[in-house]
Write a protein that binds this ligand. Structure first.
Ligand SMILES: Nc1nc2c(c(=O)[nH]1)N[C@H]1C(S)=C(S)[C@@H](COP(=O)(O)O)O[C@H]1N2
Ligand SMILES: [Mo]
Length: 201
């Protein structure tokens, strides 16, 4: 009897993890730090967040404005192209849909830009529809600078390089412009479920 119930538990667990972990990924318990350069520091009274580019009236929030936007808390899995996945990460921030409210644009693409010069490109479809957030808390605490604090993008349905740390704005564009990693061999879209890791995948 004990043998049978152990067998059932093992199988159930495998099924759960294979449905949650994209192909080629393994689950980690820690939270690795991956940064292409030094951690930039910005004081909150200098910090702003902008939506610019193909938009009639660019939008800009100060830190105070930004913190007045009703926040959302979500728990989600994240998947790094270097093959680690982390399950049930908890974030608080603002939905990109909320930031785009009232924005009238024909643009279909965006470049997200950060302090320090990092950029990443996303289709507007991947930034909207309740799939992307601009977050400032992790696990109920202010986001640590190494993980992108004060504020980072969170786009959990794409590989984690799309989740730009130290984010400062979104430029709306009519054409797709590859960002930092997308110009250096990473896939233009980066869907982990389709293993879109590198050019040609
Ligand atoms: N500004 C900026 N954002 C960034 C990066 C970076 O180097 N600079 N690295 C990306 C990559 S490749 C990954 S996997 C994640 C890592 O986030 P973490 O350090 O919080 O784990 O941030 C992404 N966002
Ligand atoms: Mo990454």
């Amino acid at each position: 009897m004990a043998f049978i119930s152990r067998g059932f538990r093992g199988k159930r667990r495998d099924n759960v993890s294979s449905s949650r972990v994209p192909p080629g990924q393994h689950v980690v318990g820690d939270f690795p730090v991956l940064s292409a350069g030094p951690t930039p520091r910005v004081s909150l009274d200098q910090w702003t967040f902008s939506i610019d580019g193909e938009i009639d009236e660019p939008k800009r929030w100060t830190w105070k404005d930004f913190k007045e936007i009703p926040p959302e808390t979500l728990t989600t899995d994240i998947h790094c192209v270097t093959k680690w996945s982390k399950l049930d990460t908890a974030w608080t921030g603002v939905s990109v849909d909320t930031l785009l409210e009232g924005v009238d644009t024909a643009a279909e693409f965006a470049t997200v830009y950060s302090d320090g010069g990092y950029t990443t490109n996303l289709a507007l479809d991947d930034l909207s529809g309740h799939k992307a957030w601009v977050v400032y808390e992790y696990d109920g605490q202010p986001l640590h600078p190494e993980h992108g604090g004060p504020v980072r993008l969170l786009v959990p349905h794409l590989y984690f390089w799309k989740s730009a740390k130290w984010v400062r704005g979104i430029t709306l564009q009519n054409e797709e412009h590859p960002g930092f990693w997308e110009s250096n061999g990473y896939h233009i879209r980066g869907d982990p479920w389709q293993e879109q890791r590198y050019w040609g995948d």
